[in-house]
Design a protein around this ligand. Structure first.
Ligand SMILES: CC(C)(COP(=O)(O)OP(=O)(O)OC[C@H]1O[C@@H](n2cnc3c(N)ncnc32)[C@H](O)[C@@H]1OP(=O)(O)O)[C@@H](O)C(=O)NCCC(=O)NCCS
Length: 297
């Protein structure tokens, strides 16, 4: 018998997106699996939705995933989305499922992890303290300080040429309001955003940034999970000066100083050689490969 699909109310609304959700259940209302469809609302990304389907391992290969997918695709079409993306570990059941259901591979991602024991403090401190003539580093926790906000928002376009394979990811338009809202959303869910920025001293403008999200309140109380690097990017005119390595080294020192036991995670497009080199030089070790799939509607 086909599963029953119930739409759920998902309260997880953030400024950049909201989610639709469905529960699949069998006879006697036994839950079998769930699906979430994230609808991006940021300017430049309103064509895109992101899918996350999970079926209980004991209930797989009986069409539950397909029934959840059908509900999500129907909603994406009603929401006039042009593309649905989904991620699964390479070679996993999720990969087989997405390929069988018409998704195509658009991007390969390398996940890497810096274990606390793998942090070479002497080396990372030397990298962080190495002078870069014409530049200095600044850093803040939470929302960007007012005096830096305008050039920080402008520097976010450094992400625009990040290798994204064939993903129809769109180009997000950033302004001060949007960077403030993104930082507030992280704080509201109970995590701490720490940002390191490289400043071109001649014009007092931010030309690169590296974001690290620390779980919990950043003070160690109630902290769960690992630290997660978000974006690291340098404006094209300032690349090739080691600013990415410099900023990320400073972020590691900050996290390690607060939580010496914290592991840090990062994910990078498998063809993004400059970023992979930075991660390797800092001691991150690859853990697994994931594939981003896309269905064009
Ligand atoms: C992916 C997942 C949701 C599939 O759920 P499911 O209920 O088993 O999916 P279905 O029964 O509808 O499978 C539909 C088709 O997908 C393909 N498929 C599903 N699992 C597969 C696997 N392990 N290997 C290869 N192909 C697979 C098959 O073609 C299958 O049809 P068939 O069983 O007639 O051969 C489930 O394996 C899961 O929860 N995985 C972990 C989360 C995940 O990776 N989600 C996908 C990314 S969002």
């Amino acid at each position: 018998m086909p599963p029953r699909i119930t739409p759920l109310v998902d309260p997880d609304a953030i400024p950049s997106s909201h989610r639709l959700a469905w529960l699949a259940s069998g006879t006697d209302c036994v839950p079998l699996g769930s699906a979430f469809l994230r609808l991006f609302t940021k300017e430049g990304q309103t064509h895109l939705a992101e899918l996350d389907v999970t079926v209980h391992p004991a209930e797989r290969r009986q069409g539950v995933g397909t029934a959840l997918l059908d509900a999500a695709i129907g909603a994406a079409l009603r929401e006039r989305r042009r593309a649905v993306v989904a991620q699964a570990p390479q070679g996993s059941p999720g990969s087989g499922f997405l390929a069988a259901r018409g998704f195509r591979e658009v991007l390969t991602l390398t996940y890497a992890r810096l274990e606390p024991a793998g942090i070479d403090l002497g080396r990372i401190t030397r990298i962080a303290e190495q002078p870069h003539p014409g530049y200095h580093l600044t850093a803040w926790t939470g929302v960007v300080p007012t005096e830096l906000a305008v050039t920080y928002a402008a520097s976010r376009c450094a992400m625009d040429d990040m290798p994204m394979g064939d993903t129809d990811y769109g180009t997000v338009v950033w302004d001060v309001e949007r960077v403030v809202a993104a930082a507030e959303a992280i704080a509201n869910r109970g995590d701490t955003l720490y940002t390191v920025a490289a400043v071109d001293a001649s014009i007092s403008a931010i030309v690169g940034f590296s974001e690290l999200v620390l779980p919990g309140d950043g003070k160690g109380d109630g902290r769960k999970g690992d630290g997660q690097h978000y974006g690291t990017a340098v404006l094209p005119a300032h690349r090739g000066h080691g600013l990415g390595l410099w900023m990320k080294a400073k972020a590691i020192l900050h996290a390690h100083g607060l939580h010496p036991e914290l592991a840090l995670l990062t994910d990078t497009a498998a063809n993004n050689t400059p970023m992979l080199r930075v991660n390797d030089a800092l001691g991150y070790r690859p853990t697994h490969t994931a594939v981003e799939y896309q269905l064009d509607l």
